[in-house]
Design a protein around this ligand. Structure first.
Ligand code: NAD
Length: 299
């Protein structure tokens, strides 16, 4: 059976996803730029790659959970990329959020060696990564998606085949555009409520049983101490960094530009996240927008 998995990118998400694979008894080889993360996964039972090419030689499946397009592209096809070491029949599963043309650009290289790639970005945040309840939005050939299902099921509960290669990324881009917009909307609303003197726990319980409710208000509330175990109640420790959301909004903006399409609210959201990152809050969770709005003069 094909159960050897290479896993590269053990960050906020990857570390937790990889641990779930180990719990389900997959044989996993890992790599990351951060030795501390490698150590953590080694303790959890993963084999450590000495170099990236070890992963290509070991794995039947290669999962990447890297920050952005250029990391994924250079991991496979860069100067020291692993493409030339990949075995025929290998299936690459890119779970990073990248623009939707990136997987298409790589797929020719995979086809040439009798291997393949699918895009499988995720949603649900670090809590879902930890609990193995992520949503995977998958783009690629049916047979490849079927092959990936046992692995994806070990890390998530919803696996949605969105269509051809790249369509998982289209779904993810649309989701995160709306996520950014709803986060901005919720932060603006709570800031306004605070000014008017209403208790924000009370306002939250009203919204969450009313028509303003959304994932941001009921699962990832940006107001400190309204909910437990969310970044806003832990000094905005990420979570999902402002820098990552900005990257996703930039993907949406670039994609829209190519189509001569305008994203009005999307652009407004992009602009404020640029400011947040410029105010040196890029490593903070993206829910820091609430604090940014309430303490604007301070930043
Ligand atoms: P992160 O920055 O915490 O993790 C990225 C990891 O990749 C780091 O450990 C880094 O050391 C490693 N890395 C970078 N370049 C590398 C290379 N060349 N070789 C090996 N390792 C390398 O990011 P994250 O929050 O885990 O997000 C990863 C991806 O998932 C991003 O595309 C992000 O947009 C997406 N995502 C994140 C969340 C979230 O809530 N954090 C949710 C859904 C999707």
């Amino acid at each position: 059976t094909h159960n050897k998995v290479g896993f590269v990118g053990l960050g906020n998400m990857g570390e937790k996803m990889c641990k779930n694979l180990l719990k389900k008894d997959f044989k996993v080889m890992v790599n990351d730029l951060n030795p501390r993360k490698i150590e953590l996964l080694n303790k959890a039972g993963a084999v450590v790659a000495e170099k990236n090419s070890d992963i290509a030689e070991f794995a039947d499946f290669i999962i990447t959970m890297l920050p952005a397009s250029h990391h994924v592209t250079s991991f496979y096809a860069g100067e020291n990329g692993i493409m030339k070491f990949i075995k025929p029949g290998t299936l690459a599963i890119d779970c990073s959020t990248v623009d939707h043309v990136a997987p298409k650009n790589l797929s020719n290289l995979f086809e040439k060696i009798g291997a393949s790639i699918i895009d499988a970005p995720v949603s649900g945040g670090v809590a879902a990564a930890l609990n193995g309840t992520l949503t995977f939005m998958v783009g690629g050939k049916e047979e490849d998606v079927d092959k990936a299902k046992p692995i994806l099921s070990a890390m998530g509960k919803n696996i949605i085949h969105c269509g051809e290669l790249g369509s998982g990324q289209i779904a993810k881009m649309c989701n995160n555009l709306l996520l950014g917009i709803t986060m901005y909307g919720a932060a603006e609303t709570f800031h306004f409520g605070k000014k008017l003197g209403i208790d924000l726990k009370v306002l939250t319980s009203v919204i969450n049983t009313s028509s303003g409710r959304c994932w941001v208000t009921d699962t990832y509330n940006p107001v400190p101490n309204v909910m437990e175990n969310v970044p806003s109640s832990k000094s905005y420790e990420a979570g999902f960094t402002s820098q990552m959301l900005l990257k996703d909004l930039e993907i949406a903006e670039r994609t829209a530009k190519k189509l001569n399409h305008t994203l009005d609210i999307g652009n407004k959201t992009l602009e404020i996240y640029k400011k947040i990152c410029d105010a040196d809050l890029r490593e903070k969770d993206f829910s820091i927008i609430y604090e940014y709005l309430t303490k604007k003069n301070y930043y």
